[in-house]
Design a binder for this molecule. Structure first.
Ligand code: UDP
Ligand code: MG
Length: 316
């Protein structure tokens, strides 16, 4: 049985060696399995790629794929999965926030017949308070409105069978939101929890703005609810305008013509204008997604690699 360890890396020179040593220590103790590392260098600007090449020179199990520029973690994971050949694949962050010590436990789950062993962060001690707060709100919102179930704390740290990996790479959308994709493809999943840890070294690549954009991407990728908001909003507004109209007619019949209500007219106009712009904005968000998707550009572009017969993404 061959297990591929897929590691997306962006400017991880501070931890990559530590990650390798730690993970190698864990897998060297596991009997009955062969392991390969697939390090994906997502256009790092530091020595990450150099370290990968050094590791590959020392250890035959190390494969690397280096992108022509930074394409984002989603693209890096996709490239890793697409180039994996193992019976199982596990995705880990390079910063040791995903403890490699869980790999034996994940293998046990796979032996029990599961197609996926996913992890749940029991705590979020490694994250700042505000980020935790917004993340929790985001998950409760997205689970309410989207067609797939995305448990809070579920990350990309998971082991998957060949069957599941093949299903995931068949979903070749450019704007990827893996948390949704994992859950959309289905399969029997065993959940295990782990305690959150701080990143071993280096800094997080996520800004608050980046996370916000990620949240919007997640919502629009797996739900069309925001588009329906326009319908609900429109119906409520027309219904209340109609009631108001009847009220005015009756009032005019009984009391005669009133003094023209400038304030109420301007308020209603502004309110309606706001609603229209909001709905246009929501539609624009989806149209932008269609636009990007129909261009059908590759999700990643490989610059250098030592994988035999690397799978690029040209022509998808
Ligand atoms: N990462 C990547 N491309 C990017 C950003 C991040 O491959 O554009 C990798 C990064 O090297 C790390 C993982 O994704 O291995 C998670 O990133 P990070 O630790 O910065 O995120 P956090 O743990 O703070 O969510
Ligand atoms: Mg991290």
């Amino acid at each position: 049985m061959l297990v591929d360890i897929i590691v997306p890396c962006y400017n991880e020179s501070a931890v990559l060696n530590m990650f390798y040593t730690e993970t190698a220590r864990v897998i060297d103790d596991i009997k009955g399995y062969d392991f390969n590392f697939i390090f994906v260098d997502d256009g790092s600007k530091d020595d990450t790629f150099k370290i990968m090449k050094e590791l590959a020179a020392e250890d035959k199990r190390v494969r690397y794929i280096s992108f022509s520029r930074n394409f984002g973690k989603e693209s890096a994971m996709y490239a890793g999965l697409k180039n994996s050949t193992g019976d199982y694949a596990v995705i880990l962050d390079a910063d040791l926030q995903h403890p490699p010590a869980l790999i034996p436990k994940m293998l046990e789950a796979m032996e029990e017949g599961y197609d996926c062993c996913a992890t749940n962060r029991a705590t979020r001690d490694g994250d700042p308070f505000l980020r935790t707060f917004f993340t929790r709100r985001f998950y409760s919102f997205i689970n309410r409105i989207s067609e797939v179930d995305m448990p809070d704390g579920a990350g990309d740290f998971r082991m998957m069978s060949r069957k599941m990996v093949d299903a995931i790479i068949s979903l070749s959308e450019v704007q990827r939101f893996s948390k949704g994709i994992f859950s959309w493809v289905g399969f029997n999943t065993k959940w295990i929890s782990f305690n959150d840890v701080q990143r071993a070294a280096g800094v997080t690549k996520w800004s608050l703005w980046g996370l916000l954009k990620y949240a919007v991407a997640g919502i629009t990728a797996f739900s069309t609810f925001p588009l329906k908001v326009a319908i609900y909003l429109g119906s409520v507004i027309s219904a209340s305008s109609f009631i108001y109209l009847i009220y005015i007619i009756i009032k005019t019949i009984i009391h005669g013509r009133d003094f023209p209500g400038y304030a109420s007219i301007i308020t209603i106009l502004l309110f309606l204008g706001g609603c229209i712009i909001l709905c246009c904005g929501i539609m624009g968000e989806y149209i932008a997604k269609i636009y990007i998707e129909v261009k059908n550009r590759p999700i990643y572009i490989i610059d250098k690699t030592n994988v035999d017969k690397p799978k690029n993404d040209y022509g998808r």
